[in-house]
Design a protein around this ligand. Structure first.
Ligand code: COA
Length: 182
């Protein structure tokens, strides 16, 4: 394959079936039980900040971004990131992560978090989130909670349980409504 012929595009609904297939191949049925999957179930992903790599018109890799909230902090969660086995180790994964980070930064996201391997994501700018600062809706290895900060102090504000931002906003709205009624 010629890496120069790989085309990177923002994700659209037309890519969904191929992306599902790539994630099934990469993570198997266990993907539905992951903490990050549970958070993503809480609302839509950000299509404009999510990207696919195509080769000969076929989707060969994907990265998604989802808005999240934890405590007073807001940000994006990167993932899943997956590359089809025939196309691994030629830089496609790293390129997708860099594109997603650049788009997130331009869109004004204060921080981007993920659950992943530090040896892979560290050189792309991710650092460990201090253990115990944040918790996930399902068990994760806390050393795999990583973040990139675009706004100073943005990661420190991410405390407690991580949720999809839409759920957190709805929770806040209900709390305020209950207070107004009391
Ligand atoms: C992890 C993954 C996305 C990497 O994509 P890729 O396009 O193959 O990776 P790149 O070409 O950008 O980078 C390759 C380099 O990363 C290294 N690498 C790959 N996976 C790694 C991991 N989990 N931890 C550390 N290094 C890793 C490779 O050894 C290679 O190193 P080199 O450049 O020194 O040779 C891909 O292997 C994949 O889809 N894996 C299955 C799904 C998965 O694990 N996704 C990540 C979830 S957090």
């Amino acid at each position: 394959m010629n890496a120069a012929d790989v085309i990177y595009l923002p994700e659209t609904p037309a890519h969904d079936p191929e992306i599902d297939h790539i994630n099934e191949e990469a993570f198997g049925p266990g993907r539905f039980t992951r903490a990050a999957y549970k958070i993503r179930e809480g609302g839509p992903c950000e299509r404009a900040l999510s990207f696919v790599a195509t080769y000969g018109g076929v989707v060969i890799a994907s990265v998604k971004m989802t808005r999240i909230a934890a405590g007073k902090g807001r940000g994006l969660m990167l993932g899943p990131l997956a590359v089809r086995p025939d196309y691994m180790n030629v830089g496609i994964g790293r390129k997708l992560v860099r594109m997603a980070l650049e788009a997130a930064h331009k869109a004004g996201a204060p921080a981007v978090i993920l659950v992943g391997d530090e040896p892979y994501y560290g050189p792309l700018g991710f650092k460990r989130i201090p253990r115990g600062q944040m918790s996930m809706p399902r068990p994760v290895d806390l050393d795999r909670l990583l973040a990139v900060e675009f706004e100073t102090g943005a990661v420190a504000k991410l405390t407690g349980m991580v949720d999809h931002e839409d759920l957190a906003t709805e929770g806040e709205r209900l709390k305020l409504a209950a207070l107004a009624e009391a």
